[in-house]
Ligand binder design. Sequence first.
Ligand code: F6P
Length: 515
Amino acid sequence: MDRETAWTHVSDAAARLRSRHLRDLFADDPARFDRFAFNHGALTIDFSKEKIDTAALDALLALAHACGVEAARDAMLRGEHVNVTEDRPALHTLVRADDPAPAIADQRARMLEFAQSVRSGAVAAADGGTYDHVINLGIGGSDLGPAMATAALASWADGPAVHYVSNVDGAHFGDLARRIDPARTLILVASKSFTTVETMSNHRLARDWLARAGIDAARQTCAITSQPERARAAGIGGDRLFDMDEGVGGRFSIWSSVGLPLAIAIGADAFQEFLDGAAAIDRHHASAPLAENLPVLLALIGIWRRNAMGCAATAVLPYDQRLARFAAFLQQLEMESNGKSVLADGRPAPRATAPVLFGEPGTNAQHSFLQMLHRGSDPVPVDFLLAAEPTGADAQAHRVLTANALAQSAALAFGQPTPPGQPHRAFPGDRPSTTILYRRLDPATLGALIALFEHKITVQAAIWGINPFDQFGVELGKQLATALLPAMDSGDFSAFDGSTAGLAARIKYLTAKSG
Ligand code: F6P
């Protein structure tokens, strides 16, 4: 079947199902859970509360076949140059493989050995003691993955306290630096390109902070980059320099040396379990038939929501406090990868691509934006994440948490009849959701969850026909900021538009007033 015919079949299924309430779908087929919940090890993904039926899922699977999802997956896993616009491979699965190429194995071994040495005190702080703190300076992919994972694996974090500073706003570094001892702090400068303005600016602040305390910054600073010459030029080299491959995309890079702060926090063994959990999903994705392939199914449900049901947003609600930064991590993974309206071959994309993604941990979300998800004018599909058991948290509280997660997905799907004369109390229901259930949030599970979503977005990219591995959309703003800096010094904004010039003049006026 060709792509367009496959898309037509998906649209036909949507036309048939759009007006059918989830209540009716469950009434017609009470065994929907058995049909639409899929297990892999201790992972269960329940799609039964999505507005699909067997014929719709078949149409989506036919679309995946027609779009060459398997060929795209295999090319990526083989290390081919699937990043066509930058003529590069996408090596994240090869970096976390359990039998990596020798160069990758060396990088991993060096990174894990160093992490262990920091933890044990063999790599000592300026005063000869063990490091109490590590500050990772990085942004985007050089921050979000490790920061999210360090918080997620708090129960495993028995090394130095690891902090993350990303924003070019000096308050981010300054507010942390005020509270900790520079003599006992290791600085990691994580930047694949080693040019990113935010990270270079924070490196300057860190260098000055260490220097003011009389500490040799070069001794107490590491670099993680695919541009080692640039790091050396900035005075970081030798055993403080950790390489990463050019072919590992920033938002996919936590498995590489970018994972160093996480490895320092949780130790080499737990980090290896984290890699193993992801590699197990890679093997599943590589071999399971599409109809049982969890990342493929997750991707297809996303396509169904976006292109068949017309939903422009998705909420991610981890009922797991330690996944508080998971939505922020997914925002980069999904929106930087698939937030594109040009196909890989340069033609305009004929269909909508990545939805807006947002989220907060449950139950906090219940007391902020869940009102809109239950009763707003636009249905917003939800991905719930839930652990069957807590990791080091109170068991009774976990039961309350679990009950709330299950209650929310049921309330969204089924609603309730409106009390007579009280339309403001209406709960219409018919709001789709997927629930991702895992035994507990341990390193292997976290690795599996991240890998699941990584493959979800590459499968969707194959279906939409876009390249998920470039990010040219971030360039223009960077160029304009660079051009604005000298104008801010000279006060000459004549090269800029009226609004930009007007705001800059106003900033000057306000600064002069307070000075
Ligand atoms: O935001 C653009 C981007 O290039 C991201 O893709 C990347 O993760 C981030 O900046 C940081 O880049 P680097 O690791 O090169 O500092």
